[in-house]
Design a protein around this ligand. Structure first.
Ligand code: FAD
Length: 390
């Protein structure tokens, strides 16, 4: 097992031997099969669907769930999986985050035992693709109260109407977990909606400058009928949605450290080969300063996410813990990718050098799964006892 240069304090040594083997298998696959192709897919704004089955075989959609996990494992291990994915490509990490954290996570946290048994193995094997529809054209940060999509009970069915925006994987997903307000009690509920249902349409959002390989969609729901058996049995209010987001925000915090690590590793390599003033740029003091500051950000952030995951395993993790990690590590990531890009000079703005992709992709991680401001307000409520959202 080889420690990474970006894992300066060797946090990965905390993992069990079995977990380290699984990390190495993922790392080898990403290095040989994914790293060489992702730049091209990013450029074309396409997603490499050929990686879905191999990622499933490597357990990327299985490890967290009782119904599918191949062996007992820790939340720190699962965090390192997100880190390893993101240090190669943030779009791939985001795809896994949507399939595993948001789609499987909603069903695991909010589904009945029957719903979990039916859907989790199919998602875990990659047989079907999932997406997660919470955000709307008019409701992003305020989705706890501002959702306009409605669900109306009609006998044994529910009728959904509304629109969703930014939904990852939704152009090719088989199911979308749709969050909608029940018109009877005004509470947010969740529904597993097969994307072939009449009245459901998804259209790709074009022109993104960040996470170009992730396929995000605008969804419209016009009198979409789903049976009561597809209503998530334990999703009774936005608090239940927030329970899913607590888990996925911690994963995004890990992915943000991975993006910073990927940028740093690229910058270290470049600083050793690029010559200016008769020596490698890495021999200049100011360049070493930026590398050391980047490594400090990554190392401090890794300590934070390791602890947040340990708290999950100990049953101690609360919303404000994962919110602080997400807000903090994405901010440190943004700073780090900017320093690393700077070290590439002009080459830092062309896609031929991977650093430009890390730099651009960091912006989406900074804003999705709750902006820095929203996660800060979750922490602020915990500090002061005062909710300052509205
Ligand atoms: P807004 O809510 O309009 O916020 C705009 C700005 O105002 C932000 O800076 C925000 O912090 C600030 N702001 C708002 N309210 C306050 C306040 N009270 N105090 C201080 N500042 C405030 N959503 C899904 O449901 N499923 C997905 O799969 C998904 N994938 C995504 C993928 C990408 C690439 C992106 C970009 C987004 C994705 N999202 C997804 C949506 C994402 O979660 C939202 O973009 C995010 O929550 C912010 O919402 P918004 O874009 O509507 O911004």
């Amino acid at each position: 097992f080889e420690p990474l240069i970006s894992d300066f304090y060797n946090y990965e040594s905390l993992l069990s031997e079995q977990e380290k083997e699984a990390i190495m298998a993922l790392r080898n696959y990403l290095d040989s099969e994914v790293r060489p192709i992702v730049g091209g897919y990013w450029n074309r704004a396409e997603f490499p669907t050929e990686i879905v089955r191999p990622l499933a075989e490597l357990g990327q959609f299985s490890y967290a769930w009782d119904e599918t996990r191949p062996f007992e494992n820790s939340a720190v291990f699962r965090g390192f999986l997100a880190f390893e994915l993101a240090r190669v490509d943030a779009s791939v990490a985001t795809f896994v985050g949507v399939q595993n954290g948001l789609s499987c996570g909603s069903i695991s946290v909010c589904g009945s035992p029957e719903q979990r048994a039916e859907w989790l193995p199919r998602l875990a094997s990659g047989e079907i693709i999932g997406s997660f529809g919470l955000t709307e054209p008019q409701s992003g940060s305020d989705s706890a109260q501002g959702l306009r999509t409605t669900a109306r009970r009609d006998g044994d069915n529910w009728v959904l109407n509304g629109a969703k925006r930014w939904i990852g994987n939704a152009t090719f997903a088989d199911i979308t977990v749709i969050w909608a307000k029940d018109v009877a009690d005004n509470q947010v509920k969740g529904f597993i909606v097969p994307t072939s249902t009449p009245g459901y349409t998804a259209s790709k959002i074009e022109g993104k400058v960040s996470l170009r390989a992730v396929q995000n969609a605008d969804i419209t729901l016009e009198d979409v009928v789903v049976p009561e058996s597809l209503r998530l049995a334990n999703a009774n209010s936005f608090k239940d949605t927030a329970s899913v987001l607590r888990l996925t925000r911690a994963e995004v915090a890990w992915a943000a450290v991975g993006v910073a690590a990927g940028a740093y590793e690229a910058a270290v390599a470049y600083s050793k080969e690029r010559m200016q003033f008769g020596k490698p740029i890495g021999a200049h003091q100011l360049v070493q300063d930026m590398l050391a500051k980047s490594l400090g950000n990554i190392t401090a952030s890794l300590g934070m996410v390791v602890r947040v995951s340990e708290m999950l395993d100990r049953g101690e993790q609360r919303d404000e813990h994962s919110a602080l990690a997400k807000a903090f590590t994405t901010a440190r990531m943004r700073e780090t990718v900017a320093w690393c890009r700077e070290l590439f000079g002009g080459n830092g703005i062309v896609i031929d050098y991977d650093i430009a992709r890390f730099f651009a992709d960091a912006e989406a991680l900074y804003s999705y799964e709750g902006t820095r401001e929203m996660n800060t307000l979750i922490v602020g409520r915990s500090i002061t006892g005062q909710a300052a959202f509205v």
